[in-house]
Design a binder for this molecule. Sequence first.
Ligand SMILES: Cc1cc2nc3c(=O)[nH]c(=O)nc-3n(C[C@H](O)[C@H](O)[C@H](O)COP(=O)(O)OP(=O)(O)OC[C@H]3O[C@@H](n4cnc5c(N)ncnc54)[C@H](O)[C@@H]3O)c2cc1C
Length: 361
Amino acid sequence: MELFDVAIVGAGPAGATCATFCAAAGLRTAIVEREKFPREKVCGDCLNSACWPVLRQLGLVEQLRNLPHGKLDTVEFIAISGRKIIVDLPHGNEGEIAVKRSLFDNLLLRRARELGVTVHEGSTVTGLSKTPARNWKIDVVNQTITARVLVGADGRNSTVARLRNLLPIPARERVALQAHIPLPRNFGNRVVLQFLAEGYSGQAPVNEHELNLCLVGAPPTISSLRKWAERNFEIEPAQPWRTITPLTRAPVPSVQGNLFFIGDAARVVEPFTGEGIYYALRSAELAAIAIQKMVQGEARHSILREFAREHAAIYRGRLWINRMARAAVLSPRMASALMQFAGPSSAILRLFTGKIVRQQF
Ligand SMILES: Cc1cc2nc3c(=O)[nH]c(=O)nc-3n(C[C@H](O)[C@H](O)[C@H](O)COP(=O)(O)OP(=O)(O)OC[C@H]3O[C@@H](n4cnc5c(N)ncnc54)[C@H](O)[C@@H]3O)c2cc1C
């Protein structure tokens, strides 16, 4: 049986990026992915401008620009009363865009394949164990993969974390629905974050014809959110929706021996801020550097300490934004009331947006 240097569970942005960097460093790399790509995923489809440097290192900037996408020039916050506050987003070539996850994730996975990563699609991981030599045995239906290092990049409901008894008990506090619907006429180059009595909605154009529509609320209110969307966007009741829960959960330790967690598997952030893909890409890049050193035989203790420190640093100074966003979306009436008193170019919303898109206003 082939022994891989690294096996990565999950081929979303975190897994595919980590695989590409590992393969580029000469490591024998395998990915195990439950779905067959291309596939959609519950997401607002917005790429924070902080993603561009990692995408440049992956050599994907031009290919990404050539994919159908929506350009996002402004973010429009809408209170329950209908009051709007519009904040500019960074302009230029490396601004915010929205691209369907079927296209974006497929692009990343194709890059991993080009660099020689062995990709097992349609393969759900069901079991994990260790060999006497402390390598990992990863059970997939009908086969077992062995690797010196294992990476859990399998999202917020991580099977790897669950199989290692590390997954926090999920709280079904809120649930998200998402669909791509026909783009309303004159929607413009904006992302909309709209507070509603029952939760909130995110809207972003992903190409010239389609709008990404997300609805987030507590389980009892989700059907009234769907009815709101059907009325406002003239959607058929038969419209298929994708769904996911939980929206937030406690983090999992980012590294333990020769097991790493990256992206949502490690830490789930409030989706209102649209930063999850950036964290997935950046944590993947850091993990690939650490894994390369580990496979080359450098002292494991210092590698683990350094990775844990750098992983935590990606989020440092930013979790307050997350807490603020979470407080706002959990109390949409309060957030809307505050918006009523804010000036038309609310300083706090400009600061909030500037922090998220990492721009100084
Ligand atoms: C409503 C909502 C809106 C959001 N909007 C945005 C946004 O606009 N911008 C943004 O940056 N972020 C957004 N996010 C967050 C973003 O979607 C995630 O942060 C991002 O997908 C994390 O990437 P990942 O690679 O870590 O995990 P994922 O994208 O979840 O990928 C995990 C992969 O693992 C696979 N997998 C799972 N279990 C197994 C298994 N047992 N075996 C094999 N494979 C498995 C899955 O099929 C999946 O392909 C949003 C999230 C939500 C819920």
